[in-house]
Design a protein around this ligand. Structure first.
Ligand SMILES: C[S@@+](CC[C@H](N)C(=O)[O-])C[C@H]1O[C@@H](n2cnc3c(N)ncnc32)[C@H](O)[C@@H]1O
Length: 440
């Protein structure tokens, strides 16, 4: 049975959305089913089969919940994933009907936590614990919801059914950490999201939350981090691998691997992960990080190679790359390239800015030329380019180097989700994401 999943966006929605589109949760041959299946499908994008509500994305899919959760474990963009349950223009009816459904399945003795509700029976009193979140609610709507819930609770109490809403129902905001806590206690969580444009409410049930324990371990517990090289967020590493269209056991190359964040993410995703760098110290650190990863037991196998290579050189002069060219080539190139010299302040000097831009342009031009020889047409190159914060005449602007994409026969893969820029609030250097495909 096809399903609709709801993904809750993180800090960079355009990138989160592109990651979801790249993962292709839909099957093209089955698209017509969606319309027949549910009315809401008529709002969906007719190519990608998704629909944005507030900071969340509804995605039509033929994949099972288990499969989606499996993929979700290694997705960097979304905070939470849920499966569609109901929709209604009337908030009162939606809450009424959904509580009715939960109670009914509890009374039917349905203890299957995967269906509805967490229940306890004692002395003819049924206690049901659930958690409910509201997204994109106005203050008015929120107060209405709370009143409806109060009335419903009273009505059920008279029938000896105690419904307990766990967590702080008065706080209409996203707190994924607490979602995880309740899910672990097997207390089901529901979400109601208000769709401004269609004026309707959508109810979904949470399946899982972001694997942030793993992400924090990888980011903060690994032995080698290097502020000088630049700290690549592990979430971004998973996102970039997902944008590269890679299947299990495919091989990718990160030719500017630094201390190996992408290589660690690739190993966890069961990819053949090749990392190279011009800097020996970075390579030793990458190796150290990977050894640590293997020791943690987070993975029981790792297929990787770390080697020295300068992106300005001819790959045919490198034994590993020569063999790759001869026997197969990579399924994708994924790299967070050099970001320029570390910067504590925005550029205020035009000459310095231009020097930095020219250095980056030369490096990325060499990168695109070199890697084009290592992949076949149809394969992807996913990389970031630095964008610099500048202040000239008291005006802030962000400047990007000029990278000639077409020169080495690539086309840009477009997901039309907005500007793919990864920018942290305080940083003076942002990263622009590029997804290219090699053409003949
Ligand atoms: C921003 S860092 C990459 C960080 C990496 N993603 C990580 O997680 O550690 C950029 C890397 O590019 C490398 N690099 C710069 N110029 C290079 C070149 N010509 N060939 C290969 N690597 C180069 C630097 O040594 C540096 O480690």
């Amino acid at each position: 049975m096809p399903n609709i999943y709801q993904f809750f966006g993180g800090s960079h929605f355009a990138i989160t959305w592109a990651e979801i589109r790249a993962l292709q949760f839909y099957k093209r041959s089955k698209l017509e089913d969606c319309d027949k299946h549910l009315k809401i499908c008529s709002f969906f994008d007719k190519f990608f089969w998704d629909y944005v509500i507030a900071n969340t994305l509804l995605v039509y899919s033929n994949l099972s919940k288990e499969k989606v959760l499996d993929m979700f474990n290694f997705m960097g963009g979304s905070l939470k994933v849920a499966s569609y349950a109901a929709q209604n223009k009337s908030l009162s009816k939606l809450i009424h009907d959904s509580l009715g459904g939960i109670v009914k399945s509890n009374l039917a003795g349905n203890h299957d936590i995967n269906k509805h509700g967490s229940n306890e029976h004692s002395d003819d009193i049924t206690k049901i614990k659930i958690r409910l979140n509201f997204y994109n609610f106005s203050k008015n709507d929120f107060e209405t919801a709370i009143n409806i819930i109060r009335e419903q609770k009273k009505a059920y109490k008279q029938k000896n059914i105690l419904i307990k809403f766990v967590g702080d129902i008065n706080m209409p905001f996203v707190n994924t950490a607490s979602s995880k806590k309740y899910l672990q206690k097997q207390i089901p969580e529901f979400n109601i999201t208000f769709d401004d444009s269609k004026k309707l409410y959508v109810l979904t049930r949470t399946l899982g939350v972001q694997n942030f324990d793993l992400f924090e371990t990888l980011e903060f517990n690994r032995p080698e981090r290097d502020m000088k090289i630049g700290m690549m967020p592990i979430k971004l590493a998973f996102i970039m691998l997902n944008l590269a269209n890679l299947k299990k056991n495919d091989g990718f190359w990160d030719p500017m691997c630094g201390v190996g964040t992408l290589i660690m993410a690739g190993i966890l995703k069961k990819l053949y992960s090749y990392g190279s760098d011009v800097n020996f110290i970075a390579l030793a650190k990458a190796k150290h990080n990977i050894d640590w990863l293997l020791k943690t037991g987070l993975t029981n196998s790792a297929k990787f190679r770390i080697f020295k290579f300068d992106i300005f050189r001819n790959p045919k002069n490198n034994k590993i790359l020569r063999d790759i060219i001869r026997f197969g080539r990579f399924d994708a190139i994924v790299t967070e390239g050099y970001l320029g010299k570390p910067r504590k302040k925005p550029f205020v000097n035009k000459r310095q800015l231009n020097m930095q831009l020219r250095e980056i342009e030369k490096l990325y031009s060499a990168f695109l030329k070199t890697v084009s020889r290592l992949i076949f047409p149809g394969k992807r190159v996913v990389f970031t380019v630095p964008i610099y914060k500048t202040i000239f005449n008291n005006k802030v602007s962000w400047v990007m180097p000029n990278i000639d994409i077409n020169k080495h026969r690539y086309k840009i893969v477009k997901y039309n989700t907005g500007d793919l820029v990864w920018r942290n609030k305080k940083s003076n250097v942002a990263r622009k994401l590029f997804i290219l495909e090699k053409i003949k």
